[in-house]
Design a protein around this ligand. Sequence first.
Ligand code: URA
Length: 436
Amino acid sequence: MQVVELISKKRDGEALTTEEIDWLIDQYTKNAIPDYQIAAWLMAVYLRGMNARETSDLTLAMMRSGEQLRVRDIVTPVVDKHSTGGVGDKVTLAVAPLTAACGVAVGKMSGRGLGHTGGTVDKLESIQGFRATLSRAEFIDILVKHNIVLAGQSQDMAPADGKMYALRDVTATVSSLPLIAASIMSKKLAIGSSHVLLDVKFGSGAFMKTQELARELAVVMVEIGKLADMHTVAAITSMEQPLGHAVGNALEMAEAIAILRGEGPVDISELCYHEVAELLVMTGKAANMSEAERQVEQAVRSGAGVAKLAEVIAAQGGDARQVERPALLPTAPVRTMVTAPRSGYIAGIDAEQIGLVSMRLGAGRFKKGDQIDHRTGLVLQAKLGDQLRAGEPLVEIHARTVSEAEGMRDALLACYRWSEAPVTVGLLIGEIIHPS
Ligand code: URA
């Protein structure tokens, strides 16, 4: 086979065969195809798309490019949960321990933040001593002993995705539906849980800007899960504004702990509890959503959820006292309040720009390998639809220095749109996609 033929075939809108896709991914993983040819092929896929068969072939080829853990052969049922990424998205930090506290095992590998979206591993690393890099044996041991493990993405799993994602990031080919679906699902299949809940985001802070596009992506991923015999459900949820109040690593960790204690912001708490309930029903732990919701409520009220988070953090070398007493989490030396520049209703909060301001404060990376500052970020004091008077608190900046904090004021104020009239806010959970 010749790479140039496969590039031109896709450039001209033709479908590639299973053998062609397998060959391309296998050769690329072995470094036998240069990046510039794969970059051209990625752009052809970006512009021409892929049919459902090609997308699942690509997913399977990427899954086979590395190690396969098959956690379901060790514990079953065992669930995984994945968000397509957003700003202030600390949902995994609450959903995973709550699910485990309700008696369903959770084997989770998470990514780091890149671009304006945060990463679960970075948030967990705001806990002193926490270790996300685990060997295969440690991953399994912690999962079996504690019913939960929260690891970083292993480099040995779906390595074709790691290489391709880095190329997509610098060739404007990230936001392609088949490429996102294959990237996410290849990693999910390589871990090999029995059940997966996907949280597919739409809106200003998400890859998919509209609910329709998010639905299209969700349907493709749910069908791939079904083909691979992995029970997959997708929640389509809004990323029109940052989730909850906190944006930034230690700040989000503290908010996740509040959610586990039943003291978090209402909107994101309801989303987390709903996702746990979905997982309990999917795995047969609860007969229906109302029974599942009762189990979740009990795990929150009894403190079992927050205790489970402390337990897994201790098992991975972290200081569990920071979960028991979030005041011990690292804090930024400078806190500055930005106030409302006018009276009115908040009509828009640009989630992507909020994420970028948080990055510039040190909470995120501009390029892979950059050091982050776990202490910095933002705490939103008001959300979409809230009515404020001029001078009331709008958003608090947590910064390393006064000049860094002051330097963000204008950029932050530019994230907000205002209205004289009351604003209707859409639901956080758009819809739930089940396998057909
Ligand atoms: N998350 C992933 O893992 N891959 C993508 O392509 C997009 C989001």
